[in-house]
Design a protein around this ligand. Structure first.
Ligand SMILES: C[S@@+](CC[C@H](N)C(=O)[O-])C[C@H]1O[C@@H](n2cnc3c(N)ncnc32)[C@H](O)[C@@H]1O
Length: 217
């Protein structure tokens, strides 16, 4: 079977010295800290455009709070969704649900919202600036009080990381972590919702995923 474009995108994860593996490490560190800081008791997590779910699944397998988490990973590419599903099976976790479907409408999160942890990794590099703002503006409607969002974005020109961080701030999030290690193009951030969540609304579009090849330079 020929690997799909988005399955191939994941290949550098198999090389521990790749920049993508460095990014994965930072995402896992920040996700682990978000779990450390989460209120005790059951916790819900969603991952948008989850890919093969390496970040979430590896953390939930090892973190002391991992067992408290019910998760939904939403990924459109069938090969990636299948990969993520077999990873959850490997660790024996039927409460990590992998949905092969469209992560860009709020309906995808029906039943897992309000979530205490929202993973939005590999999304902002593939959507327009207007859609980054739209997506961020709707995150409080998917959030539990004090929810944490872990996100990534490259800072190749046009560097949108400043725009993303200020949009989060204007939306009522406070920044808890921001890492943009020297020598790499990625940035990883954690923002915590610092106001009342918004009401969940089904049927709202969060973004159009266009892929970075289709975005204006
Ligand atoms: C850059 S990759 C990031 C994957 C993963 N979050 C990670 O960081 O390792 C983007 C993923 O989004 C998926 N994708 C694209 N459009 C989507 C959509 N509308 N709904 C769900 N997933 C989508 C692709 O198949 C791809 O696996």
């Amino acid at each position: 079977v020929k690997k799909s474009h988005w399955a191939q995108w994941h290949e550098p994860y198999d090389d521990p010295s790749s920049p993508l593996s460095a990014r994965l490490h930072e995402v896992k560190v920040q996700l682990g800290r978000a779990l450390d800081a989460a209120p005790p008791g059951p916790l819900r997590l969603l991952s948008m455009c989850a890919g093969q779910g390496r970040d979430v699944i590896e953390v939930l397998a090892t973190h002391p709070r991992g067992r408290d988490v019910t998760a939904r990973l939403v990924e459109a590419d069938p090969q990636n969704a299948e990969d993520a599903t077999s990873r959850t099976a490997e660790i024996g976790r039927s409460d990590i649900e992998v949905v092969c479907g469209d992560a860009s409408v709020t309906d995808a999160y029906d039943g897992i919202v309000p979530a205490g942890v929202l993973v939005v990794c590999g999304v902002f590099g593939n959507i327009s600036a207007a859609d980054m703002a739209l997506c961020i503006s709707l995150l409080p409607s998917l959030s539990a009080p004090g929810a944490r969002v872990i996100w990534t974005r490259h800072h190749r020109p046009p560097d949108q990381t400043g725009f993303i961080r200020s949009t989060f701030e204007q939306t009522g999030f406070v920044e808890e972590a921001y890492a943009a290690p020297e020598g790499f193009v990625f940035a990883v951030g954690t923002q915590r919702l610092d106001r009342e969540p918004d009401q969940y609304e089904p049927g709202r579009r969060l973004f159009n995923f266009v892929g970075d090849g289709a975005l204006p330079a």
